[in-house]
Design a protein around this ligand. Structure first.
Ligand SMILES: Cc1cc2nc3c(=O)[nH]c(=O)nc-3n(C[C@H](O)[C@H](O)[C@H](O)COP(=O)(O)OP(=O)(O)OC[C@H]3O[C@@H](n4cnc5c(N)ncnc54)[C@H](O)[C@@H]3O)c2cc1C
Length: 397
């Protein structure tokens, strides 16, 4: 089970930058940062802000507007149920992040005036057949056996109907988790960037990092003609991590997995919970979508896929038949071969870290409030051992 949140674990401790690093920066006549984070999406943004609020000098280097950015096209769930099936440390980390989310959202709101619109009333995975109910029940049992009981349970049709009167006759029940919720990923991203600037960090867009070198003083990060120096670096470049990792002796086998989303016009409130494939935002619009398509870097929208997404959710919520679709888009998830995150520090270039995950909204709380301080300390604690890319190593015969 996740450790309880203690005030000690969240205490702000200033980073320690060595005198030799300061001399190195002076010699190079460049500003040196305690930490450079490469990639300004939700993962990099959370880590950069988490480090800057502890007093570290931080630069967040990001690409331009045409970059691939899962953080600007995602669904916005803070989703716990079924996360970490087969890898209990991931289940614990996800739960921990969901617990930290309210604190992160409140801190960001107080610091920036931007509210990430967190709603955490619990989440439902609605089942439309007996087979789906059985499968969801099996997953609950396995999750509880592997990672402990956090109150997730199956609910039958009568209870579901009482919770959500708008469900249609094909909804037979649901899997329920009290820690699940949803938020606005765009407001979260904006708040993280704003809070970073307010904590004296630098957000530097239109900087495509093309080279990283490591020397006794620290890291030199090159983006075109510009160079930046740092004592530590974090690769948080989403799909870009695959190329960057090799520059610091790391291995990040990430690939794109397309997801498509449909958004309706604003509707009267009919859903007070998050569901895994549909959520009603605070403004009333309905976001629908959970496709997983292995189509490389193709970011087109596919009408058959969107029709499938709409059809399934129409079966769950017949009131959607009245709704007008106002937008649809696709975006690329950042996927590892087994779908679990990678958190890794370089053995050959100490001070270089890499982070990737496909639940950057869900994990933002833990990234900002627990991972960032661990990175500043220079050493990931043992609980991250389960997440290294060593699990993908092919054994030699
Ligand atoms: C359709 C869809 C739905 C999703 N739904 C959810 C959900 O409900 N809940 C959830 O938790 N997660 C969800 N996700 C996943 C979530 O969006 C991602 O986990 C998260 O956005 C990943 O953030 P990131 O910062 O790693 O990557 P990105 O958002 O891709 O950001 C990477 C950044 O790095 C920059 N970059 C890349 N290469 C370089 C370079 N060489 N130099 C400088 N910058 C570089 C890019 O410009 C980009 O800004 C969803 C994803 C998709 C696609």
């Amino acid at each position: 089970m996740p450790a309880p949140i203690s005030s000690q674990s969240l205490a702000l401790t200033p980073p320690c930058t060595s005198a030799s690093f300061a001399r190195w920066c002076e010699g190079a006549a460049l500003k040196g940062y305690d930490l450079i984070v490469i990639g300004g999406g939700l993962v990099g943004g959370a880590i950069a802000w988490g480090a800057a609020r502890r007093g570290a000098s931080v630069a967040l280097l990001d690409e331009g507007d045409i970059a691939l950015r899962a953080s600007r096209g995602n669904f916005g769930l803070v989703w716990v149920q079924s996360k970490g099936l087969g890898l209990p440390p991931y289940a614990h980390w996800t739960r921990r992040s969901a617990e930290l989310w309210p604190q992160m959202a409140g801190t960001l709101r107080d610091a920036t005036g931007i509210d990430p619109a967190l709603q955490q009333p619990g989440g439902l995975k609605i089942c439309l057949s007996e087979a789906e109910l059985e499968e969801a029940g099996r997953i609950h049992q396995r999750m509880a056996q592997e990672s402990g009981d956090i109150g997730c349970r199956m609910i039958d049709r009568a209870e579901l109907k009482a919770m959500v009167p708008a469900v249609g006759p094909r909804a037979l029940g649901a899997s329920w988790c009290p820690l699940d919720g949803h938020a606005s990923p765009l407001l979260l991203l904006r708040a993280l960037h704003r809070a970073l600037l307010d904590a004296a960090g630098d957000y530097l867009p239109a900087r495509h990092v093309d080279a990283i070198s490591h020397g006794p003083g620290g890291f030199t990060v090159r983006a075109g003609a510009a160079s930046f120096l740092a004592a530590k670096i974090v690769l948080a470049a989403g799909l870009g991590n695959a190329d960057l990792a090799a520059m610091v002796g790391l291995f990040m086998p990430v690939r794109p997995l397309r997801g498509e989303i449909v958004v309706t016009e604003r509707m009267r409130p009919f859903l007070n919970y998050a569901t895994h494939a549909l959520r009603q935002t605070a403004e009333g619009s309905v976001m629908i979508g959970d496709s997983q398509e292995d189509v490389g870097f193709d970011t087109a929208v596919s009408l058959p896929v969107l029709r499938g997404i709409a059809g399934r959710n129409l079966a769950a919520f017949p009131c959607l038949a009245e709704a007008t679709v106002v937008r649809m888009w696709s975006a690329l998830r950042v996927m590892t071969p087994d779908g679990f995150p990678i958190y890794e520090q370089s053995a050959t270039c100490p001070g270089a870290f890499a982070v990737t995950c496909h639940s950057g909204v869900t994990l933002a709380g833990a990234h900002a409030l627990e991972l960032a301080p661990a990175i500043l300390s220079g050493q990931l604690p043992g609980k991250f051992d389960a997440f290294t890319s060593a699990r993908f190593a092919v054994p030699t015969p």
